[in-house]
Design a protein around this ligand. Structure first.
Ligand SMILES: NC(=O)c1ccc[n+]([C@@H]2O[C@H](COP(=O)([O-])OP(=O)(O)OC[C@H]3O[C@@H](n4cnc5c(N)ncnc54)[C@H](OP(=O)(O)O)[C@@H]3O)[C@@H](O)[C@H]2O)c1
Length: 280
């Protein structure tokens, strides 16, 4: 397949190119090549790509930044998706797009299913939901993948921040009232490859298996890094003072993926251990 990855220099985009590039003819474009907020950029780039599949991993991903730059956030995460979807439709190209657990409000007590009602509680989630709505309105040939709590080698993420802060200060306070599923971008990329090669369509949830709070996640990071002398305390989200509220519970059910592909994602602890070993 000929595949075009938008946002190929991002954390997920880099792993998608690495993984898919082994089997397919993959090209990548990022902010220096085109602006997703420009309809003509998207039309020209995608129209001339000759791609069978476009993967959109470009987005405005600073969750707190979205609260202070609502226009920029909606331009990239909503209007940008509209631009890409229109360009893909005009050229008859399948579009693979990513969304987030933050489209849900976090009031459920069991894993969110693909068709559960969305009700975002922050601007990032609202912009990603608007992007989903544009995608569904414009395209009938799409794969929409919601994922959560990403970390990987090629971007700023929670694992790196915990290690850096632990090394610098030896003392951490981490929120213990938000529950989700950490997801390694390498595992996500491999699962996306399976969905693309199986020509699956529609909405899928994809995360590593199992759940934890950010505090429990941080404890495992320290354990796998052999940083046993670091002092770590659980705190409440309100003590952190972030401008964007986060859902208390944003675990996504990946049952649909398992049923469709007969595969399951690894437990988050196993994926994290692999990742920690790879960055040593
Ligand atoms: N990170 C997470 O925890 C998480 C969780 C759930 C879902 N997701 C979703 O997963 C996808 C990938 O996330 P990620 O963390 O890999 O993102 P990322 O590392 O921030 O990468 C996004 C890429 O898009 C580029 N970009 C930003 N604005 C653009 C524009 N106007 N035109 C063209 N390119 C632009 C960025 O360039 P610059 O770096 O120069 O801005 C960057 O290279 C996104 O759709 C995100 O919403 C992420």
């Amino acid at each position: 397949m000929k595949i075009l990855v938008l946002g190929y220099k991002g954390m997920l985009g880099t792993d998608l190119v690495n993984d898919l590039g082994g089997t397919h003819d993959v090209a990548g474009k990022d902010i220096e090549d085109f602006d997703i907020t420009s309809a003509s950029d998207c039309r020209d780039l995608i129209g001339q790509s000759g791609a069978d599949v476009v993967i959109n991993a470009a987005a405005y991903t600073n969750v707190d930044g979205c609260e202070t730059n609502k226009t920029g956030c909606f331009s990239a995460n909503a209007d940008g998706v509209k631009n890409v979807a229109l360009a893909c439709r005009a050229s008859g190209i399948k579009l693979v797009h990513f969304s987030t657990d933050y489209v849900f409000d976090g009031t459920k007590n069991d894993p969110y299913m693909e068709d559960d009602a969305c009700s975002p509680i922050n601007t990032y989630g609202s912009s990603k939901l608007k992007g989903e709505e544009y995608l569904k309105e414009i395209s009938d040939n799409y794969l929409l993948i919601r994922t959560s709590w990403l970390y990987g080698k090629h971007g700023k993420n929670f694992v790196g921040s915990i290690v850096e802060r632990a090394e610098k200060t030896g003392k951490l306070e981490v929120v213990d009232d938000q529950t989700g599923s950490p997801t390694y971008t390498v595992d996500l990329s491999a699962a996306v490859k399976v969905l693309i090669e199986g020509d699956h369509r529609g909405v899928f949830h994809l995360t590593n298996r199992g759940t934890c709070t950010w505090y429990q996640f941080a404890l495992k990071i320290l354990e796998y890094r052999d940083m046993r002398n670091v002092s770590i305390a659980p705190i409440q989200s309100t003590q952190l003072g972030n401008c964007a509220p986060r859902p208390e519970y944003s675990v996504l059910s990946c049952r649909k993926f398992a049923d469709a592909t007969h595969r399951t994602m690894r437990f988050w602890q196993i994926a994290l251990k692999d990742y920690m070993a790879s960055i040593r």
